[in-house]
Design a protein around this ligand. Structure first.
Ligand SMILES: Cc1cc2nc3c(=O)[nH]c(=O)nc-3n(C[C@H](O)[C@H](O)[C@H](O)COP(=O)(O)O)c2cc1C
Length: 199
């Protein structure tokens, strides 16, 4: 079934993201992602949206050793937030996350700048570190060992794909008269329905 753009939140998302790339000076693709620990404790941090499509959802990359990935192993439900200050717009989503296949993870690693690959290769993300100086020493050691060889995608580096089931668009307006449009996906029909929320 073809949906009109008014009832298709992903069309709206695409156009807002395009505008953000034109307006937002730094990291227009930054999104805060909140996960929950097995004990029920939430935590939140930014990641970069690396790729998105209707079929694959929103894809980011991180280490499977990181705190967020450990949470995701136990609880795939997350909340995700874009805030573009220059546009005075916010998109908040709720949904589920699963790791991408290995081929996708390796592709996303391969297209990163070499220096970012090197950092990822050396980093034990979210583990305690002796000191920034020791980390630099490990970086230099890896640089001289690898020389000009291509840097392999570490086993722990993975793409993660997020599939939303609710998406709320928020447009800031004077005097708190903000516009809030909520889209909810029906689990059975997979169709989105639209409603409005008080500001
Ligand atoms: C703008 C911005 C973008 C970031 N992008 C990523 C990213 O794409 N992947 C990532 O693992 N960490 C990214 N980080 C670092 C994370 O916020 C976080 O420090 C790291 O992933 C460890 O999080 P955790 O210990 O909660 O798992 C980014 C930070 C900022 C401020």
């Amino acid at each position: 079934m073809v949906q009109s753009s008014e009832h298709d939140p992903l069309t709206v998302f695409e156009s807002w993201l395009t505008e953000a790339y034109l307006q937002e000076l730094t990291d227009p693709n930054a999104m805060a992602i909140a996960t929950v620990s097995p004990q029920g404790h939430p935590s939140v941090r930014n990641v970069l949206l690396k790729h998105w499509s209707r079929e694959e959802g929103l894809i980011f990359c991180t280490s499977s050793n990181s705190k967020k990935a450990k949470h995701l192993e136990q609880n795939k439900h997350v909340a995700l937030l874009f805030y573009w200050k220059s546009l005075y717009r916010q998109i908040s989503m709720e949904g589920t996350v699963q790791p991408t296949d290995r081929e996708t993870s390796e592709h996303l690693f391969a297209i990163r700048p070499r220096e970012s690959q090197l950092t990822t290769y050396v980093s034990k993300q979210s583990q305690p570190m002796e000191s920034p100086l020791v980390f630099d020493t490990h970086l230099e050691k890896a640089r001289s060992t690898l020389k000009n060889d291509s840097i392999p995608c570490p086993e722990h580096w993975s793409g993660y794909q997020f599939s939303p089931h609710t998406i709320e668009f928020w447009v800031g307006q004077p005097y708190r008269r903000h516009q809030r449009t909520l889209y909810t996906k029906d689990a059975h029909s997979q169709q989105w329905s639209q409603s409005f929320l008080h500001p």
